[in-house]
Design a protein around this ligand. Sequence first.
Ligand code: HEM
Ligand code: FPP
Length: 313
Amino acid sequence: MNGTTAQRHYQNVLQVFQDYYQLTKPRIIPLLLITTAASMAIASNGKLDPLLLLLTMIGGTCATASAQTINCIYDSDIDYEMERTRNRPMPSGRVQPLHALIFAIALACISFAVLAVFVNLLSALLAMSGIAFYVGIYTHLLKRHTPYNIVIGGAAGAIPALVGWAAVTNTLSWTAWLIFAIVFLWTPPHFWALALMIRDEYAKVGVPMLPVVTDNIATARQIWRYTLVVIPTTFLLIYPLHASGVIYGAIAFILGAIFIMKAWSLLQNPDDKQASRSLFLYSILYMMLLCAAMVVDSLPITHHLIEMLSPSE
Ligand code: HEM
Ligand SMILES: CC(C)=CCC/C(C)=C/CC/C(C)=C/COP(=O)(O)OP(=O)(O)O
């Protein structure tokens, strides 16, 4: 091989890696993992075993990547039609469906093996149910057929929180289901804000997202309603569940107030793309910081600090 051929070969190999990486929709995975980590932190009272965290993250990443890859195979027809998704590896023909399927099955097997062998069977089964729900229920049954696709489908995105809890305790508790409910109720405002921005793309391919089958004002109203439900729900972690404390409460309060302001602003201007964009981007920051607050609040050092700062009797 001369220099130029070797360089071209190297570039081709790099492109193949990049294509398989893109199949997994990698930008969404970290936030899903943060919800898993937050759940694990609360479940272990902030005394999380780093090895258990690492293994659960590996299992969770592989399961999510597998689910997203199958979704890419299934949706390659509509992804080809939409500008936002046209350059994905499947619609642009850079990866063959069979190869992508083998990749997805391998990822699911690795996920199951890592979780079942090194973590526990419950977390492995939950991760597999996440793949089944996202592919079977959201992608196949709901996405192209009902505007409630993401309301029900949102449950898939909330499963990583259950995986985290199960990884630590080998069971599921009210707190686990509450974190699940927070992610579940957060998903419609998160997604509909985006759907308002790219309504025409979904309309073009006939995916019945809410702004396509109703209108912007009805969508903004639904976003507003879900926001008014999800924000109070976040406080149930403090009372009655006593799973988080004042640090989490203070952060959740500020984050929630901003969420409500942004949803209100969208309700006043449902056609304003800037308002929907702002809410969409903020919804991501919101979930990241809310989960970070759960983690910080659970740490023993936080409890020590609070004890030191509380007035003694
Ligand atoms: C059924 C539920 C959901 C739907 C339909 C949905 C849909 C979307 C879509 C279409 C995008 C734009 C992606 C792109 O431009 O390639 C997006 C972005 C994103 N979503 Fe969601 N989402 C859902 C749930 C979730 C959940 C549960 C999480 C994590 C907890 C999440 C995290 C993110 C993040 C971090 C981004 C930004 C990625 C980027 O930088 O482009 N989503 N979502
Ligand atoms: C435990 C486990 C494996 C859970 C699965 C979690 C999971 C994969 C959630 C994905 C949520 C999401 C980003 C949906 C977008 O799909 P879309 O098809 O509407 O997005 P698109 O329009 O960008 O293709």
